[in-house]
Design a protein around this ligand. Sequence first.
Ligand code: FAD
Ligand code: NAD
Length: 461
Amino acid sequence: MSYDVAVIGAGPGGYVAAVRAAQLGLSVACVEKEERLGGVCLRVGCIPSKALLESSELYYKAGHEFKTHGIAVSPELDLAQMQKRKDGIVDALTKGVAHLFKTNKIEHIAGTAKFVGPGKVEVDGKPLDAKNIVIATGSSPASLPGVDFDGERIVDSTGALSFEDVPGEFIVIGGGAIGLEMGSVWSRLGARVTVLEYMPQIVPGMDAELAKQATRILKKQGLTIETGVRVTGAKVADGKVTVTAQGAKEGDEPRTWTADKVLVSVGRRPNSANLGLDAAGVEVNERGFIKVDEHWRTSAGNVYAIGDVTPGPMLAHKASEEGVAVAEILAGGAGHVNYDVIPAVVYTDPEIASVGKTEDQLKEAGVEYKAGQFPYLPNGRAKALNAKDGFVKILTDAKTDRILGAHLIGTRAGDLVAEIVVAMEFSGSAEDLGRTVHAHPSLPEIVKEAALAAWDRPLHS
Ligand code: FAD
Ligand code: NAD
Protein backbone atom coordinates (compact mmCIF):
# COMPACT_ATOMS: atom_id res chain seq x y z
CA MET A 1 0.00 0.00 0.00
CA SER A 2 1.22 3.50 -0.76
CA TYR A 3 0.37 6.14 1.83
CA ASP A 4 -0.10 9.87 1.30
CA VAL A 5 2.01 10.46 4.42
CA ALA A 6 4.42 8.33 6.45
CA VAL A 7 5.35 9.84 9.80
CA ILE A 8 8.50 8.57 11.54
CA GLY A 9 8.06 8.80 15.31
CA ALA A 10 4.88 8.87 17.40
CA GLY A 11 5.77 11.62 19.89
CA PRO A 12 3.69 14.80 20.32
CA GLY A 13 5.07 15.98 16.96
CA GLY A 14 4.54 12.79 14.99
CA TYR A 15 1.29 11.48 16.42
CA VAL A 16 -0.39 14.89 16.17
CA ALA A 17 0.80 15.28 12.55
CA ALA A 18 -0.63 11.82 11.81
CA VAL A 19 -3.99 12.59 13.45
CA ARG A 20 -4.39 15.96 11.70
CA ALA A 21 -3.38 14.53 8.30
CA ALA A 22 -5.91 11.71 8.72
CA GLN A 23 -8.61 14.20 9.78
CA LEU A 24 -7.93 16.07 6.54
CA GLY A 25 -8.55 12.93 4.49
CA LEU A 26 -5.01 11.71 3.82
CA SER A 27 -3.97 8.08 4.17
CA VAL A 28 -1.38 7.93 6.95
CA ALA A 29 1.13 5.48 8.43
CA CYS A 30 3.09 6.25 11.58
CA VAL A 31 6.24 4.27 12.43
CA GLU A 32 7.32 3.96 16.07
CA LYS A 33 10.21 1.91 17.40
CA GLU A 34 9.12 1.87 21.04
CA GLU A 35 6.32 -0.40 22.21
CA ARG A 36 4.19 2.47 23.49
CA LEU A 37 3.04 5.47 21.44
CA GLY A 38 3.33 9.08 22.63
CA GLY A 39 7.10 9.62 22.43
CA VAL A 40 9.36 10.95 25.14
CA CYS A 41 6.68 13.33 26.38
CA LEU A 42 4.10 10.70 27.29
CA ARG A 43 6.44 7.80 28.15
CA VAL A 44 9.40 9.37 29.99
CA GLY A 45 9.00 13.16 29.86
CA CYS A 46 6.25 15.72 30.40
CA ILE A 47 3.61 13.34 31.74
CA PRO A 48 5.44 11.10 34.25
CA SER A 49 7.40 14.11 35.56
CA LYS A 50 4.20 16.08 36.18
CA ALA A 51 2.62 13.06 37.88
CA LEU A 52 5.54 12.85 40.31
CA LEU A 53 5.61 16.64 40.76
CA GLU A 54 1.95 16.60 41.79
CA SER A 55 2.32 13.67 44.20
CA SER A 56 5.51 14.99 45.78
CA GLU A 57 3.99 18.47 46.18
CA LEU A 58 1.02 16.99 48.06
CA TYR A 59 3.38 14.99 50.28
CA TYR A 60 5.47 18.09 51.01
CA LYS A 61 2.43 20.24 51.70
CA ALA A 62 0.92 17.61 53.97
CA GLY A 63 4.09 17.77 56.05
CA HIS A 64 4.74 21.51 55.88
CA GLU A 65 1.59 23.48 55.03
CA PHE A 66 -1.48 21.54 56.10
CA LYS A 67 -1.06 22.68 59.70
CA THR A 68 -1.57 26.32 58.67
CA HIS A 69 -5.00 25.24 57.36
CA GLY A 70 -5.76 23.60 60.70
CA ILE A 71 -5.17 20.07 59.43
CA ALA A 72 -2.91 17.96 61.61
CA VAL A 73 -1.39 15.01 59.76
CA SER A 74 1.87 13.17 59.75
CA PRO A 75 2.34 11.92 56.17
CA GLU A 76 4.05 8.65 55.39
CA LEU A 77 5.68 8.10 52.01
CA ASP A 78 4.62 5.10 49.92
CA LEU A 79 6.97 5.59 46.97
CA ALA A 80 5.93 2.33 45.29
CA GLN A 81 2.30 3.57 45.17
CA MET A 82 3.46 7.01 43.93
CA GLN A 83 5.37 5.34 41.08
CA LYS A 84 2.44 3.02 40.37
CA ARG A 85 0.10 6.00 40.02
CA LYS A 86 2.58 7.66 37.65
CA ASP A 87 2.86 4.47 35.57
CA GLY A 88 -0.93 4.22 35.42
CA ILE A 89 -1.22 7.75 34.02
CA VAL A 90 1.45 7.03 31.39
CA ASP A 91 -0.28 3.77 30.50
CA ALA A 92 -3.68 5.45 30.06
CA LEU A 93 -2.32 8.28 27.90
CA THR A 94 -0.16 6.10 25.65
CA LYS A 95 -3.16 3.80 25.12
CA GLY A 96 -5.14 6.94 24.32
CA VAL A 97 -2.81 7.64 21.39
CA ALA A 98 -3.27 4.05 20.15
CA HIS A 99 -7.03 4.65 20.34
CA LEU A 100 -6.68 7.90 18.35
CA PHE A 101 -4.77 5.99 15.66
CA LYS A 102 -7.55 3.43 15.47
CA THR A 103 -10.41 5.93 15.30
CA ASN A 104 -8.57 8.01 12.67
CA LYS A 105 -7.61 4.89 10.65
CA ILE A 106 -3.89 5.60 10.97
CA GLU A 107 -1.71 2.58 10.26
CA HIS A 108 0.62 2.07 13.22
CA ILE A 109 3.79 0.37 11.98
CA ALA A 110 5.95 -1.01 14.78
CA GLY A 111 9.66 -0.88 14.05
CA THR A 112 12.64 1.32 13.30
CA ALA A 113 12.52 3.44 10.14
CA LYS A 114 15.55 4.26 8.04
CA PHE A 115 16.10 6.01 4.72
CA VAL A 116 17.78 3.82 2.10
CA GLY A 117 17.72 6.38 -0.73
CA PRO A 118 16.01 9.62 -1.76
CA GLY A 119 12.36 9.34 -0.65
CA LYS A 120 12.86 5.65 0.16
CA VAL A 121 12.17 4.38 3.68
CA GLU A 122 12.45 0.92 5.16
CA VAL A 123 11.08 -0.29 8.47
CA ASP A 124 13.29 -3.04 9.86
CA GLY A 125 14.34 -3.85 6.31
CA LYS A 126 10.81 -3.78 4.78
CA PRO A 127 10.01 -0.99 2.28
CA LEU A 128 7.43 1.61 3.27
CA ASP A 129 5.92 3.43 0.32
CA ALA A 130 4.68 7.01 0.86
CA LYS A 131 4.31 10.17 -1.22
CA ASN A 132 5.47 12.36 1.68
CA ILE A 133 7.59 11.59 4.72
CA VAL A 134 7.56 13.52 7.99
CA ILE A 135 10.55 12.96 10.27
CA ALA A 136 9.54 13.40 13.93
CA THR A 137 12.19 11.31 15.66
CA GLY A 138 12.64 13.64 18.63
CA SER A 139 15.64 13.85 20.93
CA SER A 140 17.66 11.98 23.58
CA PRO A 141 19.49 13.11 26.74
CA ALA A 142 22.83 14.79 26.04
CA SER A 143 25.82 13.37 27.86
CA LEU A 144 28.70 15.27 29.43
CA PRO A 145 32.36 14.45 28.71
CA GLY A 146 33.84 12.76 31.79
CA VAL A 147 30.42 11.77 33.16
CA ASP A 148 29.28 8.33 32.00
CA PHE A 149 25.69 7.19 32.58
CA ASP A 150 25.63 3.86 34.42
CA GLY A 151 21.85 3.70 34.82
CA GLU A 152 22.28 3.16 38.55
CA ARG A 153 24.23 5.98 40.23
CA ILE A 154 24.62 8.37 37.28
CA VAL A 155 21.33 8.64 35.46
CA ASP A 156 19.44 10.65 32.86
CA SER A 157 15.88 11.97 33.31
CA THR A 158 14.37 8.55 32.58
CA GLY A 159 16.41 7.06 35.43
CA ALA A 160 15.49 9.89 37.80
CA LEU A 161 11.77 9.27 37.10
CA SER A 162 11.91 5.74 38.41
CA PHE A 163 14.06 5.62 41.56
CA GLU A 164 12.74 2.93 43.90
CA ASP A 165 14.18 4.68 46.98
CA VAL A 166 14.66 8.31 47.86
CA PRO A 167 18.39 9.09 47.50
CA GLY A 168 20.12 10.59 50.55
CA GLU A 169 22.29 13.04 48.62
CA PHE A 170 21.14 13.85 45.09
CA ILE A 171 23.20 16.00 42.72
CA VAL A 172 21.58 17.52 39.67
CA ILE A 173 23.94 18.67 36.92
CA GLY A 174 22.19 21.45 35.01
CA GLY A 175 19.68 23.94 36.42
CA GLY A 176 17.32 23.90 33.43
CA ALA A 177 13.74 22.61 33.30
CA ILE A 178 14.54 18.94 33.93
CA GLY A 179 17.05 19.67 36.70
CA LEU A 180 14.68 21.93 38.64
CA GLU A 181 11.63 19.70 38.17
CA MET A 182 13.37 16.44 39.13
CA GLY A 183 15.38 18.21 41.84
CA SER A 184 12.10 19.48 43.33
CA VAL A 185 10.49 16.02 43.24
CA TRP A 186 13.29 14.29 45.16
CA SER A 187 13.88 17.21 47.52
CA ARG A 188 10.20 17.18 48.55
CA LEU A 189 10.43 13.44 49.17
CA GLY A 190 13.41 13.90 51.48
CA ALA A 191 16.64 13.93 49.41
CA ARG A 192 19.29 16.59 50.05
CA VAL A 193 19.48 18.11 46.59
CA THR A 194 22.32 20.16 45.11
CA VAL A 195 21.84 21.75 41.69
CA LEU A 196 25.06 22.60 39.83
CA GLU A 197 24.50 25.10 37.03
CA TYR A 198 27.16 26.36 34.64
CA MET A 199 25.57 29.71 33.80
CA PRO A 200 25.30 32.64 36.27
CA GLN A 201 21.56 31.93 36.71
CA ILE A 202 19.29 28.87 36.73
CA VAL A 203 16.84 28.52 33.82
CA PRO A 204 19.23 30.49 31.60
CA GLY A 205 17.42 32.25 28.79
CA MET A 206 14.47 33.03 31.02
CA ASP A 207 13.94 36.49 32.55
CA ALA A 208 16.68 37.23 35.13
CA GLU A 209 14.17 38.38 37.78
CA LEU A 210 12.28 35.07 37.48
CA ALA A 211 15.52 33.15 37.94
CA LYS A 212 16.40 35.23 41.00
CA GLN A 213 13.00 34.66 42.65
CA ALA A 214 13.02 30.97 41.74
CA THR A 215 16.49 30.56 43.27
CA ARG A 216 15.37 32.26 46.48
CA ILE A 217 12.20 30.17 46.80
CA LEU A 218 13.83 26.83 45.90
CA LYS A 219 16.61 27.50 48.40
CA LYS A 220 13.96 28.18 51.04
CA GLN A 221 12.48 24.78 50.19
CA GLY A 222 15.85 23.21 51.00
CA LEU A 223 17.61 22.87 47.65
CA THR A 224 21.23 23.96 47.40
CA ILE A 225 21.81 25.87 44.19
CA GLU A 226 25.30 26.63 42.90
CA THR A 227 25.65 28.70 39.74
CA GLY A 228 28.77 29.44 37.71
CA VAL A 229 29.89 25.83 38.17
CA ARG A 230 31.04 23.77 35.16
CA VAL A 231 30.90 20.04 35.90
CA THR A 232 33.83 18.26 34.29
CA GLY A 233 33.64 14.73 35.66
CA ALA A 234 31.93 12.17 37.88
CA LYS A 235 33.34 8.92 39.25
CA VAL A 236 31.62 6.08 41.10
CA ALA A 237 33.48 4.44 43.98
CA ASP A 238 32.18 2.51 47.00
CA GLY A 239 28.56 3.16 46.09
CA LYS A 240 28.99 6.95 45.97
CA VAL A 241 29.54 9.36 43.12
CA THR A 242 32.11 12.13 43.32
CA VAL A 243 31.33 15.02 41.02
CA THR A 244 34.12 17.38 39.99
CA ALA A 245 33.57 20.89 38.72
CA GLN A 246 35.53 23.82 37.54
CA GLY A 247 34.42 27.36 38.31
CA ALA A 248 33.04 29.07 35.22
CA LYS A 249 35.86 31.66 35.41
CA GLU A 250 39.54 31.11 34.52
CA GLY A 251 41.63 30.44 37.62
CA ASP A 252 38.71 29.23 39.80
CA GLU A 253 39.71 26.33 42.06
CA PRO A 254 38.19 22.92 41.15
CA ARG A 255 35.47 21.71 43.56
CA THR A 256 34.02 18.31 44.41
CA TRP A 257 30.72 17.01 45.79
CA THR A 258 29.70 13.50 46.81
CA ALA A 259 26.26 11.99 46.28
CA ASP A 260 24.29 8.75 46.21
CA LYS A 261 22.72 9.57 42.83
CA VAL A 262 23.55 12.06 40.10
CA LEU A 263 21.18 13.29 37.41
CA VAL A 264 22.75 14.63 34.24
CA SER A 265 20.29 17.15 32.77
CA VAL A 266 22.43 19.32 30.52
CA GLY A 267 20.10 19.41 27.53
CA ARG A 268 19.07 17.00 24.78
CA ARG A 269 20.41 16.14 21.34
CA PRO A 270 18.41 15.46 18.18
CA ASN A 271 17.76 11.86 17.06
CA SER A 272 19.14 12.35 13.56
CA ALA A 273 21.98 9.82 13.46
CA ASN A 274 21.28 6.25 12.21
CA LEU A 275 18.33 7.51 10.13
CA GLY A 276 20.15 7.22 6.80
CA LEU A 277 19.74 10.96 6.25
CA ASP A 278 22.80 11.06 3.94
CA ALA A 279 21.22 8.46 1.67
CA ALA A 280 18.03 10.54 1.60
CA GLY A 281 19.83 13.84 0.92
CA VAL A 282 18.49 15.37 4.15
CA GLU A 283 20.91 17.95 5.57
CA VAL A 284 21.57 18.56 9.26
CA ASN A 285 23.21 21.57 10.90
CA GLU A 286 26.48 21.50 12.88
CA ARG A 287 24.62 20.29 16.00
CA GLY A 288 22.77 17.49 14.19
CA PHE A 289 19.37 19.22 13.95
CA ILE A 290 17.60 18.67 10.62
CA LYS A 291 17.56 21.87 8.58
CA VAL A 292 14.06 22.95 7.52
CA ASP A 293 12.58 25.95 5.70
CA GLU A 294 9.57 27.95 6.91
CA HIS A 295 7.29 25.13 5.68
CA TRP A 296 9.27 22.40 7.51
CA ARG A 297 10.64 21.11 4.17
CA THR A 298 14.07 19.49 4.44
CA SER A 299 16.70 19.67 1.73
CA ALA A 300 15.18 16.49 0.17
CA GLY A 301 12.00 16.59 -1.91
CA ASN A 302 8.78 15.52 -0.11
CA VAL A 303 10.62 14.99 3.17
CA TYR A 304 9.59 17.20 6.11
CA ALA A 305 10.83 17.41 9.70
CA ILE A 306 9.22 18.68 12.91
CA GLY A 307 9.68 18.75 16.68
CA ASP A 308 12.80 18.19 18.76
CA VAL A 309 14.82 16.87 15.80
CA THR A 310 14.62 20.37 14.24
CA PRO A 311 16.03 23.66 15.61
CA GLY A 312 14.03 25.68 18.16
CA PRO A 313 12.70 25.13 21.67
CA MET A 314 12.43 21.47 22.66
CA LEU A 315 8.83 21.59 23.84
CA ALA A 316 5.95 19.21 23.25
CA HIS A 317 3.51 21.95 22.22
CA LYS A 318 6.02 23.35 19.69
CA ALA A 319 6.34 19.85 18.18
CA SER A 320 2.55 19.38 18.07
CA GLU A 321 1.85 22.75 16.44
CA GLU A 322 4.46 21.98 13.79
CA GLY A 323 2.75 18.61 13.29
CA VAL A 324 -0.59 20.30 12.67
CA ALA A 325 0.97 22.86 10.32
CA VAL A 326 2.79 20.23 8.22
CA ALA A 327 -0.35 18.10 7.96
CA GLU A 328 -2.32 21.11 6.75
CA ILE A 329 0.34 21.94 4.16
CA LEU A 330 0.35 18.31 2.93
CA ALA A 331 -3.45 18.45 2.60
CA GLY A 332 -3.13 21.51 0.35
CA GLY A 333 -3.75 24.15 3.03
CA ALA A 334 -1.51 26.75 4.65
CA GLY A 335 0.14 25.72 7.89
CA HIS A 336 1.69 28.28 10.21
CA VAL A 337 3.32 28.42 13.65
CA ASN A 338 3.86 31.73 15.42
CA TYR A 339 7.31 31.21 16.97
CA ASP A 340 7.12 34.60 18.73
CA VAL A 341 4.37 33.31 20.98
CA ILE A 342 5.41 29.92 22.37
CA PRO A 343 4.91 29.65 26.12
CA ALA A 344 7.43 27.83 28.30
CA VAL A 345 6.55 26.56 31.76
CA VAL A 346 8.76 24.99 34.42
CA TYR A 347 6.54 23.03 36.80
CA THR A 348 8.32 23.73 40.06
CA ASP A 349 6.35 25.07 43.02
CA PRO A 350 5.76 27.86 42.33
CA GLU A 351 5.61 27.47 38.56
CA ILE A 352 7.79 29.61 36.29
CA ALA A 353 6.24 30.69 32.99
CA SER A 354 7.36 32.80 30.11
CA VAL A 355 6.23 33.92 26.67
CA GLY A 356 7.66 36.33 24.11
CA LYS A 357 10.62 38.63 24.65
CA THR A 358 12.59 39.11 27.86
CA GLU A 359 13.71 42.54 29.07
CA ASP A 360 17.31 41.67 28.08
CA GLN A 361 16.22 40.80 24.54
CA LEU A 362 14.23 44.04 24.19
CA LYS A 363 17.15 46.10 25.51
CA GLU A 364 19.53 44.38 23.11
CA ALA A 365 17.17 45.03 20.19
CA GLY A 366 16.86 48.69 21.24
CA VAL A 367 13.08 48.43 21.64
CA GLU A 368 11.51 51.03 23.94
CA TYR A 369 9.31 49.08 26.31
CA LYS A 370 7.25 49.39 29.48
CA ALA A 371 7.18 46.77 32.23
CA GLY A 372 4.06 46.32 34.35
CA GLN A 373 4.48 44.08 37.37
CA PHE A 374 2.08 42.90 40.06
CA PRO A 375 2.75 40.56 43.00
CA TYR A 376 0.68 37.59 44.17
CA LEU A 377 0.69 38.89 47.77
CA PRO A 378 -2.37 41.23 47.74
CA ASN A 379 -4.54 38.88 45.64
CA GLY A 380 -7.45 37.35 47.59
CA ARG A 381 -7.43 33.96 45.86
CA ALA A 382 -3.64 33.74 46.32
CA LYS A 383 -4.14 34.33 50.04
CA ALA A 384 -6.74 31.53 50.20
CA LEU A 385 -4.31 29.25 48.35
CA ASN A 386 -1.44 30.20 50.66
CA ALA A 387 0.38 31.39 47.52
CA LYS A 388 2.39 34.31 48.91
CA ASP A 389 5.37 34.26 46.54
CA GLY A 390 5.54 35.44 42.98
CA PHE A 391 4.59 38.06 40.44
CA VAL A 392 3.36 38.62 36.91
CA LYS A 393 5.38 40.93 34.67
CA ILE A 394 4.05 42.12 31.33
CA LEU A 395 6.28 43.89 28.80
CA THR A 396 4.72 46.19 26.23
CA ASP A 397 5.85 48.37 23.37
CA ALA A 398 6.21 51.85 24.92
CA LYS A 399 4.57 53.53 21.92
CA THR A 400 1.78 51.13 20.90
CA ASP A 401 1.06 49.30 24.21
CA ARG A 402 1.23 45.97 22.29
CA ILE A 403 2.24 43.07 24.55
CA LEU A 404 5.73 41.84 23.67
CA GLY A 405 6.36 39.37 26.45
CA ALA A 406 5.32 38.13 29.87
CA HIS A 407 7.23 36.50 32.71
CA LEU A 408 5.48 34.90 35.64
CA ILE A 409 6.42 33.06 38.77
CA GLY A 410 3.82 31.85 41.24
CA THR A 411 1.18 29.22 41.91
CA ARG A 412 -0.47 28.09 38.62
CA ALA A 413 1.64 30.56 36.60
CA GLY A 414 1.63 27.90 33.86
CA ASP A 415 -2.14 28.33 33.58
CA LEU A 416 -2.11 32.13 33.99
CA VAL A 417 0.25 32.58 31.04
CA ALA A 418 -2.36 31.12 28.66
CA GLU A 419 -4.54 34.25 28.55
CA ILE A 420 -1.50 36.39 27.80
CA VAL A 421 -0.56 33.98 25.00
CA VAL A 422 -4.03 34.40 23.48
CA ALA A 423 -3.85 38.18 23.85
CA MET A 424 -0.44 38.19 22.10
CA GLU A 425 -1.75 35.91 19.34
CA PHE A 426 -4.41 38.57 18.65
CA SER A 427 -1.76 41.34 18.79
CA GLY A 428 -3.44 42.52 21.99
CA SER A 429 -2.38 45.42 24.18
CA ALA A 430 -2.00 45.76 27.93
CA GLU A 431 -5.11 47.97 27.85
CA ASP A 432 -7.06 45.08 26.23
CA LEU A 433 -6.10 42.76 29.10
CA GLY A 434 -6.52 45.48 31.74
CA ARG A 435 -10.06 46.34 30.58
CA THR A 436 -11.14 42.68 30.36
CA VAL A 437 -13.46 41.52 33.15
CA HIS A 438 -11.78 38.88 35.30
CA ALA A 439 -13.64 36.72 37.81
CA HIS A 440 -13.14 37.59 41.47
CA PRO A 441 -11.46 36.22 43.46
CA SER A 442 -9.11 34.55 40.99
CA LEU A 443 -5.40 34.36 40.21
CA PRO A 444 -5.94 35.78 36.68
CA GLU A 445 -6.75 39.08 38.44
CA ILE A 446 -2.96 39.30 38.99
CA VAL A 447 -2.51 39.23 35.19
CA LYS A 448 -5.11 41.99 34.85
CA GLU A 449 -3.34 44.12 37.49
CA ALA A 450 0.06 43.59 35.79
CA ALA A 451 -1.53 44.67 32.49
CA LEU A 452 -2.99 47.74 34.22
CA ALA A 453 0.46 48.45 35.65
CA ALA A 454 1.98 48.34 32.15
CA TRP A 455 -0.76 50.45 30.57
CA ASP A 456 -1.61 52.98 33.28
CA ARG A 457 -1.63 51.95 36.94
CA PRO A 458 -2.87 48.96 38.95
CA LEU A 459 -5.97 49.27 41.13
CA HIS A 460 -4.72 47.41 44.18
CA SER A 461 -1.33 48.93 44.96
P1 FAD B 1 9.73 12.65 20.90
O1 FAD B 1 8.71 12.85 21.93
O2 FAD B 1 11.13 12.43 21.30
O3 FAD B 1 9.23 11.43 20.03
C1 FAD B 1 10.00 10.89 19.00
C2 FAD B 1 9.58 9.44 18.79
O4 FAD B 1 10.24 8.93 17.63
C3 FAD B 1 10.00 8.54 19.94
O5 FAD B 1 8.87 7.84 20.42
C4 FAD B 1 11.03 7.60 19.33
O6 FAD B 1 10.98 6.29 19.88
C5 FAD B 1 10.61 7.61 17.87
N1 FAD B 1 11.70 7.28 16.94
C6 FAD B 1 12.95 7.84 16.92
N2 FAD B 1 13.66 7.32 15.89
C7 FAD B 1 12.85 6.44 15.25
C8 FAD B 1 13.00 5.61 14.12
N3 FAD B 1 14.14 5.59 13.41
N4 FAD B 1 11.96 4.82 13.75
C9 FAD B 1 10.80 4.83 14.46
N5 FAD B 1 10.59 5.59 15.53
C10 FAD B 1 11.60 6.40 15.92
N6 FAD B 1 8.02 19.52 27.06
C11 FAD B 1 6.97 20.31 27.36
O7 FAD B 1 6.48 21.04 26.50
N7 FAD B 1 6.45 20.34 28.63
C12 FAD B 1 6.96 19.58 29.62
O8 FAD B 1 6.46 19.62 30.75
C13 FAD B 1 8.06 18.74 29.33
N8 FAD B 1 8.59 17.96 30.28
C14 FAD B 1 9.63 17.12 29.98
C15 FAD B 1 10.16 16.33 30.98
C16 FAD B 1 11.21 15.48 30.70
C17 FAD B 1 11.78 14.61 31.80
C18 FAD B 1 11.73 15.40 29.37
C19 FAD B 1 12.85 14.44 29.03
C20 FAD B 1 11.21 16.19 28.36
C21 FAD B 1 10.16 17.07 28.65
N9 FAD B 1 9.61 17.90 27.69
C22 FAD B 1 8.57 18.73 28.00
C23 FAD B 1 10.12 17.91 26.31
C24 FAD B 1 9.20 17.06 25.39
O9 FAD B 1 9.16 15.75 25.88
C25 FAD B 1 9.72 17.07 23.95
O10 FAD B 1 9.86 18.39 23.50
C26 FAD B 1 8.74 16.35 23.04
O11 FAD B 1 8.57 15.00 23.45
C27 FAD B 1 9.24 16.37 21.60
O12 FAD B 1 8.32 15.71 20.78
P2 FAD B 1 8.78 15.01 19.42
O13 FAD B 1 7.54 14.41 18.84
O14 FAD B 1 9.57 15.95 18.62
O15 FAD B 1 9.79 13.86 19.86
P1 NAD C 1 18.14 22.73 29.49
O1 NAD C 1 18.83 23.16 28.27
O2 NAD C 1 16.82 23.31 29.85
O3 NAD C 1 19.10 22.93 30.76
C1 NAD C 1 20.38 22.39 30.79
C2 NAD C 1 21.21 23.19 31.77
O4 NAD C 1 22.46 22.54 31.98
C3 NAD C 1 21.52 24.59 31.27
O5 NAD C 1 21.09 25.52 32.22
C4 NAD C 1 23.04 24.58 31.08
O6 NAD C 1 23.64 25.84 31.32
C5 NAD C 1 23.47 23.53 32.09
N1 NAD C 1 24.77 22.91 31.82
C6 NAD C 1 25.27 22.51 30.62
N2 NAD C 1 26.52 21.98 30.79
C7 NAD C 1 26.80 22.04 32.11
C8 NAD C 1 27.91 21.64 32.90
N3 NAD C 1 28.99 21.07 32.36
N4 NAD C 1 27.88 21.86 34.24
C9 NAD C 1 26.80 22.44 34.82
N5 NAD C 1 25.71 22.82 34.10
C10 NAD C 1 25.70 22.62 32.77
O7 NAD C 1 18.02 21.14 29.36
P2 NAD C 1 17.27 20.06 30.24
O8 NAD C 1 16.85 20.61 31.55
O9 NAD C 1 18.13 18.85 30.19
O10 NAD C 1 15.96 19.81 29.38
C11 NAD C 1 16.06 19.30 28.04
C12 NAD C 1 14.93 19.85 27.19
O11 NAD C 1 13.69 19.33 27.64
C13 NAD C 1 14.86 21.36 27.26
O12 NAD C 1 14.93 21.88 25.96
C14 NAD C 1 13.54 21.67 27.89
O13 NAD C 1 12.87 22.71 27.22
C15 NAD C 1 12.75 20.37 27.75
N6 NAD C 1 11.96 20.23 28.99
C16 NAD C 1 10.91 21.05 29.17
C17 NAD C 1 10.19 20.98 30.33
C18 NAD C 1 9.03 21.89 30.52
O14 NAD C 1 8.60 22.51 29.56
N7 NAD C 1 8.47 21.98 31.72
C19 NAD C 1 10.53 20.09 31.33
C20 NAD C 1 11.63 19.28 31.13
C21 NAD C 1 12.33 19.35 29.94
